[in-house]
Design a protein around this ligand. Structure first.
Ligand code: COA
Length: 377
C-alpha cells in the first residue's frame, strides 16, 4: 500500500426547515394522553389497561439537554389523532425522500471539496434506517449526481456515519476508489414512537455528507481539509437499544407497527455502559498515536444526551470540556442517530488552525463506537 495521506476534504449538511420544540411536543403528547385515558377510563379503572403518564418539557431538557428537533415534515406529528409524520407517497419515477435530502448535503460537500462527479468513484449512504431494501438509496444518489463507479447502503445505527468514513478511508487507502462520498440521510422521525413518554423527545432529522480522498488528488480550492491520522471501530452486542422493525413481520404474523418495532431502549443501562466504553475507546486510540488528550483541540462527539457528553468529557480530560472544545448541537437537533458528531463537525471546524487535532466519535446502538482522529492541514 502507498503511503499517501487520506483526507476529509469537504463536508455538507442539510437541516430541515421545520422544527418541533419541547413545549409543542409535550402539549401534543399530553393532549393525546388525556384523550387516551378518557377513552379507556373504564378499562383503566378495571385495571386491564394502564393509564398513560403525562410528559414534561422540563424533564426532557434536564434528562437529555434536548430543547428542539428538526423534522423533515412537521405535518401529522402534533396531530393528537395521528402522532406521526405525514409524508406524501412518491412513485418509483420520482426521487425518494431519503435520496432527496442526501443530495442536498452531498452537493454541499462536493462543492466544499471542489470535486466534480467524474472525480468520485463511490457513494456510501450510511444511516440508521433506509427507506427501502433495494435498489440502494446510494445508487439512486449516485445516478442523480452523475457519478460513475459504485454505491451501496450500510446500516450501523448510531455509528453508521463514522463506520462509513472508515470504509471510505480504507477504500481510498487501498486504491479501490480515488474519492468517496459518504452520506448520512438520517430521517428518524417515522421510526420514533411519538406516543411514548420515554422516547417521544429523542430524535430529529438531518443529513450530512463527507468527501474522503487522498492528498494526491485534493483540490487547492478545498479550504478546510483534514488528514485522517487513525480510525477505530468497536462493536459489542447489546439489546439495550433495539428496533425490531423489519421485513419478516409479513411472515411471522407480528404487527409491523407493534411497540417493539419502534426505537426502544433501556436508557439508564445505555448511559452506564456506553460512557466508559467510549471514553476508553478514545483514550486508547489517542495513546496509540502518542497524542495527549490535552493536545486535542476539538471533540466532535456523538449527540444523544448532554449528560453522556459531559461525563465522557470529564473522563477524558479530568474536568468538564468547554463548549468550544466539545460543541453541543443536540439542544437544537436532538439525537439524529449517526449524524450528530458530523453535524458538530460541519458547524464547528472552520476556526481550527493548521496542525490542530480533533476527534470525531459516535457511540450507541449495537453497541457500536466509531472514531477518527483528524488533523487540520
Ligand atoms: N416526562 C416526564 N417524566 C418522564 C419522562 C417524560 N418525558 N420520561 C420518563 N420520565 C420519568 C420516568 O418514568 C421515571 O419516573 P420514575 O422515577 O417515577 O420511574 C423518571 O422520569 C426517570 O426516568 P429515566 O428513564 O430513568 O430517566 P433518565 O434520567 O435515565 O433519562 C434518558 C432518560 C432516555 C434521557 C436517558 O436515560 C438517556 O438519554 N440515556 C442515554 C441513552 C441514549 O441517549 N440513547 C440513544 C442512543 S445513543
Amino acid at each position: 500500500m502507498s503511503e499517501k495521506n487520506i483526507v476529509i476534504s469537504g463536508v455538507g449538511i442539510w437541516t430541515p426547515t421545520e422544527s418541533v420544540t419541547n413545549e409543542e411536543l409535550v402539549e401534543a403528547y399530553n393532549g393525546y394522553v388525556v384523550k387516551y385515558n378518557a377513552e379507556n377510563a373504564a378499562e383503566i379503572e378495571a385495571g386491564t389497561v394502564e393509564a398513560k403518564p403525562l410528559s414534561s418539557a422540563e424533564f426532557i431538557t434536564k434528562a437529555s439537554g434536548i430543547k428542539s428537533r428538526y423534522v423533515y415534515r412537521k405535518d401529522g406529528i402534533l396531530d393528537i389523532n395521528r402522532m406521526r409524520p405525514k409524508w406524501e407517497e412518491r412513485s418509483d419515477d420520482e426521487i425518494s425522500h431519503q435520496a432527496e435530502v442526501a443530495l442536498i448535503a452531498a452537493r454541499k460537500a462536493l462543492a466544499a471539496a471542489n470535486k466534480k462527479p467524474e472525480d468520485v468513484d463511490a457513494v456510501i449512504v450510511s444511516c440508521a434506517y433506509t427507506q427501502r431494501s433495494y435498489p440502494a438509496v446510494a445508487i439512486e444518489v449516485q445516478e442523480q449526481l452523475g457519478i460513475k463507479g459504485f454505491g451501496f447502503d450500510m446500516l450501523v445505527a448510531c455509528s453508521a456515519a463514522t463506520f462509513a468514513l472508515q470504509r471510505a478511508y480504507e477504500m481510498v487507502k487501498a486504491g479501490t476508489a480515488r474519492c468517496v462520498i459518504a452520506i448520512n440521510p438520517e430521517l428518524t422521525s417515522p421510526q420514533n414512537n411519538w406516543r411514548d413518554r420515554d422516547s417521544h423527545f429523542i430524535f430529529g432529522d438531518v443529513a450530512t455528507a463527507t468527501v474522503v480522498e487522498s492528498d494526491d488528488t485534493i483540490s487547492p480550492e478545498a479550504q478546510h481539509s483534514y488528514d485522517v491520522l487513525s480510525t477505530k471501530a468497536q462493536t459489542v452486542f447489546s439489546n439495550n437499544i433495539r428496533s425490531n422493525f423489519g421485513y419478516t413481520s409479513y411472515a411471522d404474523d407480528t404487527d409491523p407497527y407493534g411497540l417493539d418495532k419502534f426505537f426502544i431502549q433501556n436508557g439508564r443501562k445505555v448511559f452506564k455502559e456506553v460512557c466508559p466504553m467510549a471514553a476508553e475507546h478514545i483514550s486508547s486510540q489517542l495513546e496509540s498515536l502518542h497524542i495527549e488528550v490535552a493536545d486535542v483541540k476539538r471533540w466532535w462527539l456523538h449527540q444523544a444526551n448532554i449528560n453522556m457528553n459531559t461525563l465522557i468529557g470529564k473522563r477524558l480530560l479530568g474536568r468538564e470540556a468547554t463548549a468550544e472544545e466539545a460543541p453541543i448541537v443536540l439542544d437544537r437537533y436532538a439525537n439524529t442517530a449517526s449524524a450528530g458528531s458530523l453535524i458538530a463537525f460541519n458547524l464547528y471546524h472552520e476556526d481550527l488552525q493548521a496542525g490542530d487535532t480533533g476527534v470525531i466519535c459516535s457511540f450507541g446502538a449495537g453497541y457500536s463506537i466509531g472514531s477518527l482522529v483528524v488533523r487540520k492541514r
